[in-house]
Design a protein around this ligand. Structure first.
Ligand SMILES: *Cc1c(COP(=O)(O)O)cnc(C)c1O
Length: 378
């Protein structure tokens, strides 16, 4: 019999707090404040405080958090925004929604994070901001981000959708720049039972603007002072997230520990061209995903390894198989194959292994042993 290892398993997280969640949902239903109201305000404050930031504004999803956050920063048509090319497409959608142009930069193949040494080349008179994407749960170096954005007079916006409560160099995700966008998509480190997102900022005026945008652009009921939209964090989601938030640090730590076990167990596979990414963030890396590289030195291609693992009950993912500049809908931006060699190579090599709080050491061993036996052709 094969022991299956799922890619994500919520039971360890949800079972101990299930009755608390049920109660929180029942209270929202009882009060009937389904839109905004007390629950959303409470969660906004709690999440901002946990991240060491003054204001939180709950929105409908992470994509909207980026779009509305950037818009509140004054980003719009004619502006250029620097974005890592190997991010999830929502970062790009957020920029395009403001009317600004996304300008891509390649990644460091050792970490998969944006290569800031390549960023100065793309700065023009139109460049207004850089979006730091803390990919897989590892923050981009706060010091290097500050040096780059200060030197070029750019706004720093964080896409922290994979980095809830991540830390690096003594700084928390979401506290580095003018504002940050988060997602509460169910599988994120802090996830609801549906879509959700938040904008964090220390700027009161900016927070006020996002509050206005998310609620039809109304500064008071039926007075529309901004060209807004409808994108609010759902009260039921806020109630669930409020119950989960106090456990997040423990869950993140559990992910980091499982990652340490993977790192150790995978060491012998370096001889077969299989490597984890480098962790420059120490315990502050919250491993939204645990990703390995199946390089050209490996006897099996990434796709064949993934297929063989699947047949042996090990679920894996690819984050992401096509870099943003090669996505069919974005060809009009004018990029081509070969423009970003690191991201293009990684797209062929990366494989996300099972990762969730509650992943046991035995499961980690099972995953790695299965990779070994497949690679060795057993
Ligand atoms: C999940 C994610 C988003 C988008 O969040 P949604 O809530 O799905 O809109 C944005 N950026 C990154 C890096 C993400 O992982």
């Amino acid at each position: 019999m094969i022991m299956q290892v799922p890619f994500v398993d919520f039971s360890w997280q949800h079972e101990p707090i299930q009755s608390e969640i049920d109660q929180a949902i029942a209270q929202v239903v009882q009060r009937g404040d389904f839109i905004l109201g007390q629950t959303v305000a409470q969660f906004e404050q709690a999440f901002a405080q946990a991240s060491g930031v003054e204001y939180g504004v709950g929105v409908g999803c992470g994509t909207d958090a980026i779009a509305l956050g950037l818009q509140a920063c004054g980003i719009g048509p004619g502006d250029e925004v620097i974005v890592p090319v190997n991010t999830f497409i929502a970062t790009v959608i957020g920029v395009l929604r403001t009317g600004a142009k996304p300008v891509f930069v390649d990644c460091d193949p050792a970490t998969a994070l944006i290569d800031l040494e390549q960023a100065p080349r793309v700065v023009t008179a139109q460049t207004k901001a850089l979006i730091a994407v803390h990919l897989y749960g590892q923050m981009v170096s706060p010091q290097q981000l500050r040096e780059f954005t200060t030197a070029h007079g750019l706004l720093l916006f964080e896409d922290a959708a994979q980095a809830h409560l991540a830390q690096r160099e003594g700084h928390r995700a979401g506290s580095l720049g003018v504002a940050a966008g988060y997602s509460f998509y169910p599988s994120k480190n802090l996830g609801g039972f549906g879509d959700g997102g938040i904008v964090l900022t220390n700027d009161q005026t900016l927070a006020q603007k996002v509050r206005c945008y998310r609620n039809y652009g109304a500064s008071q009921k039926y007075v529309h002072t901004e060209l807004g939209t409808n994108s609010r964090l759902d009260s039921l989601q806020a109630a669930i997230l409020e119950v989960k938030l106090p456990h997040l640090q423990e869950w993140n730590l559990a992910r980091n520990q499982a990652a340490g076990q993977y790192d150790e167990a995978l060491k012998p596979l370096a001889d077969y061209g299989i490597f984890p990414f480098r962790n420059d963030g120490g315990p502050g890396h919250i491993y939204h995903l645990y990703v390995i590289r199946v390089t050209s030195e490996s006897p099996l291609t990434r796709d064949n390894l993934q297929k063989a693992l699947g047949e042996r009950g090990i679920q894996t993912g690819i984050h992401y198989p096509i870099p943003c500049h090669l996505q069919p809908a974005y060809q009009y931006l004018g990029y081509h194959t070969g423009d970003f060699p690191h991201a293009e190579t990684l797209a062929q090599e990366i494989l996300s292994l099972p990762m969730f709080p509650g992943l046991s050491e035995a499961q980690v061993q099972q995953v790695v042993e299965t990779i070994k036996s497949v690679i060795q052709g057993d």
